[in-house]
Every structure is written in C-alpha cells, then in structure tokens.
Design a protein around this ligand. Structure first.
Ligand code: ZN
Length: 400
C-alpha cells in the first residue's frame, strides 16, 4: 500500500469519538480500526497487539542500535463534524478556489494558510463531512515510514502506539507507559498530529478551569428594595472585574480567560471559565484575579455571596522538554539539513504529548500537512505528508 492508499483506507472507517460515553475507547467503531492496524503492523513484521483501547507495535533494531523512536497518532475524529461516509477526493491546488460541492468551496481568500500548499496535491472532502486527516494522516505517515525503513534495513528500535479519544481529551487514559518504556535506553518520542509540517511544537498551554457561584436573596420584586440580591447581577459584576484577555482578542503566546458556560436564577448563578497561558506565572495571576474579584464583591456586599473553585487541567510540556532537549535538537537538525523551514509553534491548547511529557515521556509534536481540522473544509497536503515520512526517516537515521 502506498501512503495515499493507506490514508484513503483509514478515512473509510468511521471513528468519531463520543464525549457522552464512559468507556475506553468511547466508541466501539474505534476498536475496528485499531484492530485492523494491529493486523497491518503484524504484516509489516512488528510485534503488535491491542490492549485497552490502544494498538501497540514494536520491533528491535536490526543493527544493534540502543536508541528507540516512539511514534504516536490518534485514530478517532472530532465529534464536531460527521466522520461517516467520508468521500475524499484528490485535487491539484493551482491557487484558485476548490469547489467541494454546489454550496461550498475551499477559497484561499478565506483560508489564508492555503498559500503554503500552492501547486501541491491535496485531499479534500465533498463538503458534507470532515476528512479525518486529523489524525489518520499521522497513522498513515507512521506506518508508511515503518514499512519503508523495515524494507530498507538499518533501523533503530521502533515503538508505535495508536490511541483513541484524543479529540475528547482522553487520548492517554489507560495508555501502557510501562510497555512503551520497557527495554529502552534513550527514547525519542513524538506525536504525529497537526498542521503544516513546518510547524514543530514542544510547547503548549498550562490550563485550569474555574467555577464561580453567586448566592442571591430572592424576594418578590414588588417588595425587594434593600432586601433582594440578584445573583445574576452579582456574578456579572464579578465578571467585570476580571482581566479582559479573551480568546477573541488574544493570539500567539498570549493567554486568556474564557467564559464557557453560565446558568442563573435570582437565587443562584454560576459561571464556568477556562484559563490558559503558556507561562505558569501568568496562569497564577489569572487565578489570583478570580480570588481578588471575589474579595471585592464579597466586601462590597459585606457577605460571602461569591465562591470560586479552581482546578488545574494540563500543563505546558516545555518544562519537561527543556530537561531533555535532545528530542527537539534532533528535529531542528534534520529540518536544517533537509532545508525545510521549521517554525517552533506553540500549541494554543493541550496535546497527548503534553500529558505524556508530564508522565515522564518527553513528547513533542510533528505536523502532518493537514489543515482546517474538525470540519468540512478540512484538507490534507499529500506532498507534505510524504515529506514528513522523509523527515522521520532522517530522524531515525540519526539515532545511535
Ligand atoms: Zn489530532
């Protein structure tokens, strides 16, 4: 199978993850593809098995190398758009809009990052489903690389993991880290998941969430003077005291506070927020702002009307990566030698690699050549996907 056949095969499986489900994987449909991947890995000559929602594979170096490369991609697709009956189509992008169907087109004036893919072959959707390049492109890249290097010979120790439920934040739940680290010396671990291949990511947000509750005093408005306290008014006042950095007015390395949910009655109101920052200190300052705002309001009313609960979610992988810079240095070296532009690309979110890093396996992310994820405008750059195979091969060739 060439890499395109591989990719087209994988997107024919519906693997949408399901937030409502409690099981791992969240959908039985993911298991079907995971087990197929086990079979494919066995056919390639890896020791492969399915365990608890994950497909694993490994093979020892044929040339007594002690380093190990670990590659991971997720098989699920985002529940934000349908992943059923995906009808992919290959088109050459000459700079003009690509018609997906009667009503929808991929227009480079709207999707500016298409400029990176000029004169490349793209795989696009029919405008009714997502493509599933996120992250079946990663799966195809990993297995194509492994297939080629096993055929060629002189490879390092290789370990592979295909995971479920990344899109619903559970991509490392139940992962067998012991197996991954077993019999290894130095591991070069990477997730292969993301956008343009020039983007290399070893930094992501630190994340927390906050639940704010306001207690009011309800009484008939006709007799409310000096007695009624409207929890919804109080919580709105609280909100007003928070720093004004929002996702809609921040970008790049700027952090934000984002209101994601609210419910309210006169008697009780609740706001839910997410807090994000690349800097630990800034995240702490956001948390402090919640406590300060609470104190201001409670002081004003001379009553503990507001309570704040803050919870940490995930952490920036950079603090771990910085202690193991070899995983980053080797990638920079390879891009430079291959004369491919490389931009260190902080992820304005979390990754499975971030979780793995904090579990003790430093794990930056390599791109796949995909774009416009989680929707009908998703597309994948075939040329970039093939270049990533060469990049990973070159990383492997540098291992000792
Ligand atoms: Zn992904």
């Amino acid at each position: 199978m060439d890499i395109i056949e591989r990719f087209l095969k994988y997107v024919s499986y519906e693997t949408t993850s399901n937030e409502e489900s409690e099981t791992t994987p969240s959908s039985d449909k993911e298991i079907v593809l995971l087990k197929e991947l086990v079979k494919e890995m066995k056919d390639l000559g890896l020791n492969a098995f399915y365990k608890g929602g994950f497909a694993y594979g490994d093979i020892k170096s044929d040339s007594n190398k002690s380093d190990t490369i670990f590659l991971m991609a997720h098989v699920d697709t985002s529940p934000d758009a349908s992943g059923k009956d995906v009808k992919p189509r290959i088109v050459h992008f000459d700079g003009s809009p690509i018609k997906l169907n009667e009503n929808r087109a991929l227009d480079p004036k709207v999707f500016e990052s298409m400029c990176y893919h000029l004169n490349h072959d793209l795989i696009v959707t029919d405008g009714t489903t997502l493509l599933g390049g996120d992250d079946k492109a990663g799966v195809a890249i990993i297995l194509d690389t492994v297939e080629k290097i096993l055929k060629r010979g002189n490879y390092p120790n290789i370990k592979v993991c295909f995971s479920p439920d990344e899109e619903i934040g559970r991509g490392t739940k139940g992962i067998d880290l012991e197996y991954i680290k077993k019999d290894t010396d130095k591991i070069y671990a990477y997730t292969v998941d993301g956008g343009e291949i020039m983007g290399f990511s070893y930094e992501n947000f630190n994340a927390a969430s906050a639940k704010v509750i306001a207690e009011g005093v309800s009484i008939h408005p006709s007799i409310g003077k000096n007695k009624l306290i409207n929890a919804m008014e109080v919580i709105a006042e609280f909100h007003d005291h928070l720093p004004k950095c929002r996702p809609e007015n921040t970008e790049g390395r700027e952090g934000f506070i984002h209101l994601v949910g609210m419910k309210g009655l006169v008697e009780r109101a609740e706001y839910v927020y997410i807090l994000r920052s690349f800097e630990k200190d800034e995240l702490e300052s956001f948390k402090n702002a919640f406590l300060e705002s609470k104190n201001i309001i409670n002081k004003k009313y001379n009553k503990d009307l507001i309570t704040v609960e803050i919870r940490d979610s995930y952490k920036n992988m950079k603090e771990v990566i910085d202690k193991h810079p070899y995983t980053v240095d080797i990638v920079h070296e390879v891009y430079k030698e291959m004369n491919i532009p490389c931009v260190d690309w902080p992820i304005r979110g979390g990754t499975d690699g971030a979780t793995l890093s904090h579990m003790g396996l430093p794990c930056p992310n390599l791109g796949t050549g995909g774009d416009n994820f989680h929707g009908v405008y998703e597309y994948l750059d075939i040329d970039e996907m093939k270049t990533m195979v060469q990049i990973i091969t070159k990383i492997m060739d540098k291992l000792e």
